[in-house]
Design a protein around this ligand. Structure first.
Ligand code: ATP
Length: 275
């Protein structure tokens, strides 16, 4: 995740739960939580406290960002995104004001676009919300405190309604203040896809590609055990590049096999070079 810039979004603006492969349980849980937002008036009448924060946990590249975007679409919400890594080199106080601005911008955009809800997505929340007992994270205290203050300031009768969705692949690193009731108290696990999930993801990413009729995606799904969605997307893309190099107009099984090896090797070298 640290390799991608959060500021440059190459993904399509409209993204629905149907564009996410596999992850059936996580999608269902997230949709159920989103119905809380869709039925906020009833919920407020019953005196149920508003849902303020959802934490998506799981390994990199499994579709957490896609999930947050789909949730925004499902609830007709304004979508804003930030990443914990943006805050790394900020001077004291700048992080806190960036958080304040995010909430302000959410409200402004709701007014401008006439929307009832805003979803603020914070990727790599562990960077600003890491445990505070080590002394090491002190420079992020103000940023984290500001986030907690903003969340505590959300009330059920507020319009627009603001919901935070945060993502981390290191849940155990988070400060307990973030996980308290009324904060990120709902957790959804986004795991590596199983074989069926991998098939689904491969099909989605093969959609705009000319596959040779002899290709068996099932074989690809078999050979990509423990690949993330992001890696599967890479496999399809690399296979297309191999096809181009071959001067072939379609992607064949062999191109896919090479691509699997390439993505597998690539991951290994990445890991070795960071150790
Ligand atoms: P990170 O933790 O690294 O930020 P993430 O879990 O937020 O990762 P995304 O950014 O949502 O992952 O996914 C990266 C890319 O991988 C997506 O843009 C998409 O192309 C592909 N991808 C990942 N998961 C899926 C999925 N379940 N279905 C379809 N495509 C997927």
């Amino acid at each position: 995740s640290s390799r991608r810039s959060s500021k440059v979004s190459k993904k399509p603006q409209v993204l629905t739960f149907d564009d996410i492969g596999g992850q059936e349980r996580a999608k269902k849980e997230l949709m159920e939580a989103m119905d809380f937002l869709n039925r906020a008036d009833e919920i407020s009448k019953l005196g149920i406290r508003p849902l303020k924060g959802i934490l998506l946990t799981g390994p990199p590249g499994t579709g957490k960002t896609l999930m947050a975007k789909a949730a925004a679409h499902y609830t007709d919400s304004v979508f804003l995104a930030a990443s914990g890594s943006e805050f790394v080199e900020m001077y004291v106080g700048v992080g806190a004001s960036r958080i304040r601005d995010l909430f302000k911008e959410a409200k402004n955009r709701c007014a401008k676009e006439e929307k009832q809800n805003a979803i603020i997505f914070i990727d790599e929340i562990d960077v600003i919300g890491g445990k505070r007992d080590g002394g090491q994270q002190r420079e992020y205290d103000q940023t984290l405190n500001q986030l907690l203050t903003e969340m505590d300031g959300i009330h059920s009768e507020d319009t627009p309604r603001i919901l935070l969705i945060a993502a981390t692949n290191r849940k155990e690193m988070l400060d307990s203040a973030l996980l308290r009731p009324g904060r990120f108290d709902r957790h959804i696990q986004v795991d590596l896809p199983d074989k069926q999930g991998r098939m689904h993801i491969l099909k989605l990413h093969a959609n705009n590609k000319p596959l040779d009729p002899e290709v068996e995606l099932e074989k690809v799904a078999d050979e990509t055990f423990q690949f993330s969605g992001a890696q599967l997307e890479s496999v399809m893309n690399e296979a297309a590049i191999y096809a181009m190099r071959d001067g072939s107009e379609t992607i064949g099984q062999q191109h896919l096999s090479f691509a699997i090896d390439k993505v597998m090797m690539g991951e290994k070298t990445d890991r070795e070079s960071t150790q």
